[in-house]
Design a protein around this ligand. Structure first.
Ligand code: NAD
Length: 253
């Protein structure tokens, strides 16, 4: 099993390179020209060459790369483990199109703990009435993070919306500021904190009049995401083309 890493010089890429080399054959990776790659790893000229050399590419880069990576990896017939967050609708569509040709595991968070929290969030939301329990999501990340709310926070919100049987986009309330008026019944609220070197903290709160239920996940080390992504890559090797999530890798659905 040959693994390539897109964004190999980044915070996640460096840990992914270690974990991929431990579990499989690391062929090397790509990054921007001005970014150093980890010592002893091969640098490929671009995503097409990396896709030809690898069975699966693990990709933690930037949303702006997604459309090009989708096309190149589909053309190469190379599996894709996609951890990049902050994708817009057109970029999500590019992933859908590629999934007709190749296997893709996409997750906003590759930690097994978050996959379980998402399943619990959906279950709680399906059980508690939205009129009586206000869903609020608070997340904190390091000061370099470029997208907000985080992909994991959005995944939590989508899980609550699924549980409640409502369209997420119609109930999402993010970035409150000024005279917002009272909270809308059934809204799913988001608050994003940025600072220091926090790897990733998420709390989903169901606030009722007489009780609060809180689900909290704290990642202390990026290795938890890297281990999950490598596990997804190994799992993907035996799957047909299609779009999968971490819940498929873990057998939760
Ligand atoms: P980072 O900025 O440290 O690393 C990203 C790397 O990608 C950088 O080295 C950058 O130079 C490189 N890159 C950017 N554009 C490129 C291009 N066109 N071609 C090649 N390389 C390119 O960021 P990070 O903290 O490692 O996070 C990367 C992404 O992964 C973000 O979207 C982040 O939200 C996401 N992330 C996901 C999970 C998860 O479990 N799914 C966990 C952590 C981070």
């Amino acid at each position: 099993m040959r693994i390539g890493i897109a964004g190999i010089g980044g915070r996640m890429g460096r840990v992914l390179a270690e974990e991929a080399a431990r579990a499989a054959t690391l062929v090397g990776g790509i990054d921007r020209e001005d970014v150093a790659t980890p010592e002893g790893t091969a640098r490929f000229p671009g995503i097409a060459a990396l896709g030809e050399a690898a069975d699966v590419v693990i990709d933690f880069t930037h949303a702006s790369t997604v459309t090009e990576h989708a096309r190149a990896l589909a053309a190469a017939g190379c599996g894709w483990v996609l951890g990049t967050t902050g994708l817009d609708a057109a970029q999500e569509t590019a992933v859908d199109v590629a999934a007709h040709r190749i296997g893709i595991v996409q997750a906003a968070n590759f930690s097994p703990g978050v996959a379980l929290v998402l399943a619990l969030a959906e279950r709680i939301a399906a059980t508690l009435p939205a009129e009586g329990y206000d869903a609020e999501i608070v997340e904190m990340h390091h000061r370099q993070k470029v997208d907000a709310p985080s992909g994991t926070a959005l995944a939590l919100g989508r899980a609550v919306a699924r549980g409640r049987g409502v369209a997420f986009d119609t109930v999402m309330e993010s970035g409150r500021h000024g005279h917002t008026g009272a909270r809308a019944t059934g809204a799913i609220g988001f608050a994003a904190l940025r600072g220091g070197q926090v790897v990733g903290e998420h709390t989903l709160l169901f606030a009722g009049a007489s009780e609060h239920i809180a689900l909290t996940h704290r990642a202390f080390d990026r290795r938890v995401f890297a281990e999950g992504a490598v596990r997804a890559a190994l799992w993907l090797a035996t799957q047909p083309a299609g779009r999968y999530g971490m819940e498929d890798v873990l057998g939760l659905r």
